[in-house]
Ligand binder design. Structure first.
Ligand code: SAM
Length: 295
């Protein structure tokens, strides 16, 4: 049974079964660890870490002596069942990754899925994630966004990846590696257009933190000219597709069309939207097509 950092007993935990804690750790700045995360990491029976040596440094800094076991993408399937068994026998176990929130482009999904299947309680201990940190400081719309993880490494796959997202209306968040950032931005310009707003969020919470919001082309030129921008860890936040002037619909028409598209074929949805709103068919058809392509 784990007592949380407020000193209250965790009533959801029963005596015979333990609990799985999913604990977020810093993405650079050690001070971003929460008091609750420290308390849980100190009190659990074991910590499952992506890389025990890497996490060992963090745990040492925080004076946490809990025993660590390795759970990474290559052994997750094999070890997840063992961990589940230990929790069933009463152990409390915390999962951490090298940095940020586990399961966000990091291992843990299989373990958490198994825990639910075994009716084991799973408790998130929220904290840093490069995805949310970048988004919160990017200065692009955050009301709707999609996280797409790592951009494919091979050129062909990357081009297809961008092409498929050309008309995605939501803000997109990608993880990219520094040695591919220039090539990646070139492909981004080609598929999303040079004027698309893009934010490069690099080395977040660290000494050389850089956040630059610019057009895709200007960002490409800046990163190409300054090799320092091709170092460290990078998140790209890309503004969603905006239909050019004349292709936009009124809020009401777009709402109607979106609802109908969920239930009907494109042709039927367009026809009914025209009947309901009286707007021009071509305009609605083009918009519906763009929505479908962005799916
Ligand atoms: N689970 C982590 C999270 O919650 O953000 C992400 C893990 S993923 C394996 C690592 C990638 O996250 C990096 O390649 C980079 O794209 C991004 N990232 C992690 N830390 C970052 C930081 N301090 N600044 C910018 N990007 C970061």
């Amino acid at each position: 049974m784990v007592t949380n950092y407020l000193g209250k007993t965790d009533n959801n935990s029963n005596l015979s079964t333990g609990r799985l804690y999913i604990v977020a750790t810093p993405i650079g700045n050690l001070q971003d660890i929460s008091p609750r995360a420290i308390a849980v990491l100190k009190q659990v029976d074991r910590i499952a870490a992506e890389d025990t040596r890497h996490s060992g440094h963090l745990l040492k800094e925080l004076d946490i002596n809990t025993h660590c076991i390795a759970l990474h993408e290559h052994n997750e399937r094999q070890f997840a069942e063992k961990i589940i068994q230990q929790i069933k026998e009463g152990s409390n176990i915390a999962l951490i990754s090298d940095a940020g929130t586990p399961l966000v482009s990091d291992p843990g999904y299989f373990l958490v899925k198994l825990a639910h299947q075994a009716k084991i309680p799973v408790t998130p201990i929220p904290g840093p994630s490069a995805l949310i940190a970048a988004l919160s400081a990017a200065g692009v719309a955050t009301d709707r966004f999609c996280f797409e993880g790592f951009i494919p490494t091979k050129k062909g796959a990357r081009k297809t990846f961008y092409a498929q997202r050309q008309k995605e209306p939501r803000t997109m968040v990608f993880y990219e590696t520094p040695h591919r950032i220039v090539e990646s931005l070139k492909d981004l310009c080609e598929h999303f257009g040079e004027q698309r707003r893009v934010v490069l969020a690099r080395e977040l919470t660290k000494t050389f933190e850089t956040i630059r919001n610019d057009t895709a082309q200007s960002l490409l030129e800046w990163v190409t000219a300054d090799s320092n921008q091709q170092r460290g860890e990078i998140v790209l936040v890309v503004q969603g597709y905006r239909a050019p002037e004349g292709e936009t619909l009124s809020e009401e028409t777009e709402h109607t069309l979106r609802i109908l598209l969920k239930e009907l074929s494109l042709k039927q949805a367009v026809k009914l939207t025209v009947d309901i709103t009286g707007e021009k068919k071509k305009k609605i058809y083009n918009f519906a097509l763009a929505l479908k392509e962005a799916e």
